[in-house]
Design a protein around this ligand. Structure first.
Ligand SMILES: [Zn+2]
Length: 197
């Protein structure tokens, strides 16, 4: 456990930053830039905001996701009992280049974030981006990018083991090209959360 002794400063203009509790994304009141807090210091972070495409009366907010771009190469796999059903079930395999979506806000219960992560990663959606948070606030980003990279690899493995057939052996190479933050609009319903894209 370490303590931060240096004041945190904006990665763009150098102005001092105030932190919201547990939020790794720090906004500069001077220039409006966001910096990422990681490893006891602030860094520039690449981020984008997606436009809501679903309408709702429920409160709107923006959920941070890490988008982990990675290349997956499988050099060897051994499957028993499902080779044919794998081929005919139509489920795409996760190979080559792909964006992995990892919900980075622990305010979202895992029962929702887990489904979002898999659906977004499988479907590779396109988003219309907007320059600022419109009609809602962003919720705090609590996950660091290293954890997101590990979770991305875990999504790949979970996907491979959940499609038909018993995966007995898998040799693969999972190499991360980049990480960035994407805020997706979401609505809070009485008993659930719904993505607004
Ligand atoms: Zn600044």
């Amino acid at each position: 456990m370490s303590i931060i002794l240096q004041p945190l400063t904006c990665s763009s203009c150098g102005a001092p930053l105030k932190s919201r509790e547990r939020d790794r994304m720090l906004i500069c009141e001077h220039c409006g830039s966001l910096s990422l807090f990681s490893g006891g210091k602030t860094d520039k972070v690449s981020f984008a905001i997606a436009k809501p495409t679903v309408e709702s009366e429920s409160p709107l907010f923006y959920v941070p996701f890490w988008v982990v771009n990675a290349d997956i190469g499988v050099s060897h796999e051994k499957i028993s009992g499902g080779g044919i059903s794998r081929a005919i079930c139509g489920q795409k395999q996760m190979r080559g280049n792909r964006d992995f979506y990892i919900c980075a806000a622990d305010a979202i219960p895992e029962e929702f974030s887990r489904v979002w992560n898999m659906d977004l990663t499988v479907n590779q959606p396109q988003f219309t981006l907007i320059p600022e948070f419109k009609d809602g606030s962003r919720i705090v980003l609590t996950m660091d990018s290293e954890t997101a990279k590990n979770n991305a690899e875990f999504i790949f493995l979970r996907y491979e083991t959940e499609i038909p057939g018993t995966l007995q052996e898998l040799e693969y190479d999972f190499s991360v090209n980049s990480t960035k933050v994407l805020y997706l609009p979401a609505y809070k319903k009485p008993t659930s959360y719904q993505l607004g894209v």
